[in-house]
Ligand binder design. Structure first.
Ligand code: COA
Ligand code: MG
Length: 301
């Protein structure tokens, strides 16, 4: 298993339709860790070209204040993904989100095109790839997809498309989604990627949103996609280490460091066994907290 060497903060990733100049400008000033400017489902077929122009202008002009700037392009089968990339690849862009991925080769194709455009435009900054995990074939090929490219940084669950394909119905507990969510999480962790939960579509239901956030956090997810500014506070709070977790981490580091200095490899804290794995987990919690407190979510630690 690989650990991410760099820690990126991706608690909240807010979608904005690429056609809305106003919402993109507004998103830049909101408290999302990432903004996903959407050229796929949020833009009608006739408006794709206009939306590409809006993105290419706003990337030059708008200060996203340290957020990770992501563009969701159209899928490989759409046949227009190259036009999307051609319009949006610039040194202001941090990542491309590829929807409806089904094979590792889909990611390789996008990687090749990004590298080609970066070279011809003399772009030196990193442009990553993220994948929407939202079709049955994608879930079945998740391991190969997760290991497909060095540019790949995160897997994002697409629950609406997934459920459309399976013909299932999502209940409040989301028990129906435990399998794909677990597959996405394990595939991400096995290859050092972040795993991001699906959006919560009822923008008025904060309680339901919080429950889904907690469920995803307990599974190990790093964050959640958002569709409305009103969802950001709940998402950011749930996916940040809690006071209790921070306190636990500080105490684990203290007792474990003392044990090591006395030549011991294990010790206890409030009667619970503490080993090196707890120490490493505690270190990560404090690093993530430090990173969140610093702001500027796309800067590596
Ligand atoms: N990003 C940035 N700003 C947003 C926003 C978003 N995703 N959603 C709403 N806003 C802004 C509105 O423009 C409005 O701004 P204003 O007060 O300055 O006029 C304010 O937040 C309040 O919005 P509200 O009136 O509550 O919502 P709405 O009816 O304007 O929009 C949606 C509701 C669902 C249409 C809208 O949130 C949206 O388009 N979300 C993204 C959808 C998307 O991209 N889906 C694809 C991926 S699933
Ligand atoms: Mg989708």
């Amino acid at each position: 298993m690989k650990d991410n060497q760099k820690i990126y903060i991706r608690r909240s990733m807010l979608y904005v339709p690429a056609i809305s100049d106003k919402m993109i400008r507004k998103a830049a000033g909101l408290d999302a860790d990432a903004v996903i400017i959407d050229l796929e489902d949020a833009v009608s077929q006739e408006k794709k070209e206009e939306a590409r122009k809006i993105i290419s202008e706003l990337l030059k002009e708008v200060d996203f204040k340290g957020k990770e700037v992501v563009v969701r392009i159209n899928s490989i089968p759409s046949g227009i993904w190259r036009d999307d990339l051609n319009a949006v690849i610039s040194d202001k862009l941090n990542a491309i989100l590829l929807p409806k991925v089904e094979h590792p080769e889909d990611v390789k194709m996008v990687e090749g095109e990004i590298n080609k455009l970066k070279m011809s435009r003399e772009i030196k900054s990193d442009i990553s790839i993220m994948c929407m995990m939202e079709t049955p074939l994608c879930i079945l090929n998740a391991k190969e997809i997760a290991g497909s490219s060095p540019l790949l940084k995160a897997l994002l669950f697409g629950a609406a498309d997934y459920t459309k394909e399976t013909r299932g119905i999502i209940s409040t507990s989301r028990i129906e989604l435990l399998y794909p969510m677990s597959v996405i999480l394990l595939s991400a962790r096995a290859f050092g990627l972040d795993a991001i939960d699906a959006p919560f579509f009822n923008i008025k239901d904060q309680k339901g949103l919080e429950e889904h956030c907690l469920q995803a956090k307990n599974l190990g997810f790093d964050g959640k996609q958002a569709i409305h500014p009103g969802q950001l506070e709940t998402i950011n709070r749930t996916f940040s280490p809690s006071e209790k977790e921070i306190e636990w981490a500080k105490r684990v580091i203290e007792v474990f460091s003392k044990a090591v200095s006395e030549g011991k490899g294990v010790c206890t804290l409030d009667g619970e066994l503490v080993e090196v794995l707890h120490y490493r987990r505690a270190k990560r919690i404090l690093k993530v907290t430090e990173r969140i407190n610093k702001g500027g979510h796309n800067e590596a630690l």
